[in-house]
Design a protein around this ligand. Structure first.
Ligand code: CTP
Ligand code: MG
Length: 263
């Protein structure tokens, strides 16, 4: 296999708060670098392209360029809004002679060596492979807006007061979803290189949030192999603390403001 890897890293970390989640410290190195290093250890990975934030690309290159070029990785401008745009831009920067292309979220630094091996091995016999974890909780669809939990607002207000009333607001369940045969899709997702290029050239990309769904539009079978619940996507501050715990990183380097510096 000659695998090219795309790391979408152009997101704005909105749910993380004011900080850039990919710049946070994970035991002495930025989240982004930890993620890239997952792939530099593999002999079958021959090219890595990182899609960075288009509006802050020079800064991104200054911060990460030296470490990334040490790994032979290239930086391109990602999409301003959608992840698929970042992947599409990175695809154009990969070499032509690849047999496979893998895409892995920059925000998933905890993927294990075993998980990568499982997904890459399956790609030797299937043209589209993704890791998935089974859903263990009961799934509910809820109303878009909040409703009052009190049967009688006037009575509840008299008992609870305004503050208590706020605490009784919630969303109404509109359906319970059968969780049988449902999985949560993770990355890395890996594809036959020609298939992925064809899919990105011809599918309707609007609204897609992973790469498998782009390939699914061509009617191709996407195979799900066992994922790993520790392969979390850092979305909120709590996820960063979890990632540090999973990676066995001691709390001395885990203060929330300890963003990695690039001196
Ligand atoms: N991503 C990207 N280009 C975009 C949007 C997202 O490359 N236009 C990347 C992110 O950098 C991240 C991965 O896609 O590595 C998954 O996205 P997500 O976890 O949603 O990250 P953000 O978009 O940064 O976070 P948020 O949605 O909270 O703003
Ligand atoms: Mg996002």
């Amino acid at each position: 296999m000659r695998v090219g890897v795309i790391i979408p890293a152009a997101g704005q970390s909105r749910r993380f708060g004011d900080l850039d989640k990919l710049a946070q410290d994970l035991g002495g190195r930025a989240v982004l670098l930890r993620t890239v290093e997952l792939f530099t250890k593999r002999d079958d990975v021959v090219a890595i392209v990182i899609a960075g934030p288009p509006d802050d690309l020079e800064n991104f290159k200054t911060r990460y360029g030296p470490a990334l070029s040490f790994h032979g990785a290239k930086i391109v401008a990602g999409g301003r809004v959608d992840r698929w745009e970042s992947v599409r831009n990175a695809l154009a920067a990969l070499p032509d002679d690849l047999t496979h292309i893998a895409i892995h979220d920059a925000a998933r630094p905890c993927a294990s060596v075993d998980l990568l091996a499982r997904v890459f091995d399956a790609a030797k016999v299937a043209s589209a492979v993704i890791p998935g974890v089974t859903v263990t909780s009961t799934l509910k669809r809820v109303s878009e807006t909040t409703v009052s939990a009190a049967e009688d607002d006037a009575v509840a207000s008299a008992i609870l007061g305004d503050f208590g009333m706020q605490a009784t607001r919630g969303r109404a369940v509109t359906a319970t979803i059968d969780r049988e045969n449902l999985v949560l899709a993770q990355t890395p997702q890996i594809f036959d290189a020609a298939l992925l290029r064809r899919a990105y050239a011809s599918a309707n990309l609007a609204g897609t949030t992973d790469d498998a769904s782009v390939v699914e539009q061509l009617g191709e079978t996407v195979v799900v192999v066992e994922g790993d619940s520790r392969n979390l996507k850092i979305t909120t501050q709590d996820d960063l603390a979890l990632a540090r715990a999973i990676m066995g990183i001691k709390s001395s380097s885990s203060s929330q403001s300890s963003s990695y510096r690039f001196e």
